[in-house]
Write a protein of this length. Structure first.
Length: 376
């Protein structure tokens, strides 16, 4: 049985979801998993080699046939200070890249996180991205950085990366396709004032998921006298954007669920009742929460940007307008009317191609390629 070292430097959200999927669906490998808690982001991305060595020096000193690490892992440094890992074939999985994150007024400019991504990509044998958007924005960011540095840079470094890159999404767990729809009625008509449209917004409660745009969308629904039910769920952190308090205050009568749903079965039951899964994100490298909801039978309503352009069919994408949230809200509600007027019944079944049962073969092929390197 081939031995694999699986490293996750910031084990949150889709990182943990993906890691557990690898362990479950690729159980033919002997995995050693090392994961660091998802806190102290700046320290994690810059100091993870120290943390790994401090806590797991014995595990890192063992013999492995291959390494799979998330892009948060400073693989170049870790290999440099751990002789036993230096020659082990390695794969970096990019859930995100540090070149594309939208900046806030509270952030200080630093290329340190970008350099971690860059050096890890240079040191790995294989790169896998969770979406075309992630891959393309990383390549563009790397090449742009090279033009800004003073001298001795590598031009068109992205060409070197492209030669060893592929795109494989974080797969959806197969049990989502088994969710029994509790809502057997036809999706509410925009003209029907008696039956509410049941909408779920299921993202992290942070600025990059567009809470201001969510507020604008809900306000536009109200302005058009649409009868609707809201389920605003997702993980919240210490600092919650003010828009969520305003949404709760202004639209409390329309809200059925507000907050994080910890119980997995309760969350599945909630999605099984909803008509629409909504995204207002200004930043999204894949969108696993939307993919889960679609796999459970919801119809997506997402902006025409980011990873959604490749993952979600055009008829479910509303016009993107980054510079005018107000106009974007109008476009989103217009698209909602079109979706509920002619709902499709095929998107859920089409989404099975994103399940683990289908995508596991792609991951297996990538690992087998690493093992061939190990055998040389």
């Amino acid at each position: 049985m081939a031995k694999g070292l699986l490293l996750s430097a910031y084990d949150a959200g889709s990182h943990r979801y993906w890691r557990k999927g690898l362990e479950k669906y690729l159980s033919e490998y002997d995995w050693t998993v090392i994961a660091l808690p998802a806190r102290f982001f700046s320290w994690r991305i810059r100091g993870n080699p120290i943390s790994f060595l401090a806590q797991y020096s014995a595990e890192l000193s063992a013999d492995y046939d291959f390494i799979i690490a998330t892009s948060m892992v400073d693989l170049a440094t870790l290999k440099g200070i751990t002789p036993s890992l230096a020659s082990v074939p390695s794969l970096i999985y990019f859930h995100e890249n540090q070149f594309e994150y939208p900046k806030t007024k509270n952030q200080t400019a630093s290329i340190e996180p970008q350099m971690v991504n860059l050096y890890s990509a240079m040191s790995a044998d294989t790169l896998i991205f969770n979406s075309e958007f992630n891959r393309d924005s990383f390549f563009a960011g790397v090449d742009q950085l090279m033009t800004k540095l003073p001298d001795y840079t590598v031009t068109r470094l992205s060409k070197q990366f492209a030669a060893k890159s592929s795109v494989i999404p974080v797969p959806v767990n197969d049990d989502w396709f088994e969710v029994v729809r509790l809502n057997n009625r036809k999706i509410a008509s925009a003209i029907n004032k008696d039956v509410p449209i049941k909408i779920v917004w299921n993202h992290r409660w942070e600025y990059d998921k567009g809470p201001g745009r969510l507020l604008g969308f809900i306000s536009e629904l109200q302005a058009r006298d649409v009868v609707f039910e809201l389920n605003i769920v997702g993980e919240a952190f210490r600092q919650v954007p003010a828009e969520f308090n305003e949404i709760e205050r202004r639209f409390g009568e329309n809200i059925k669920t507000f907050g994080y749903v910890r119980d997995a079965q309760a969350y599945k039951a909630l999605l099984a009742q909803c008509d629409i899964v909504l995204s207002t994100a200004i930043h999204e490298f894949q969108g696993i929460s939307v993919m889960e909801a679609v796999s459970a039978g919801c119809l997506p309503l997402v902006p025409d940007r980011l990873s959604y352009q490749a993952l979600i069919p055009e008829q479910y994408r509303y016009r993107s307008n980054i510079n005018s949230p107000e106009l974007e809200s109008v476009s989103a509600v217009d698209r909602l009317f079109e979706i509920i007027s002619a709902p499709s019944t095929t998107i859920r079944s089409d989404f099975q191609r994103y399940g683990w049962t289908i995508l596991v073969e792609s991951y297996s092929t990538a690992i087998k390629a690493l093992l061939k390197r190990s055998a040389v």
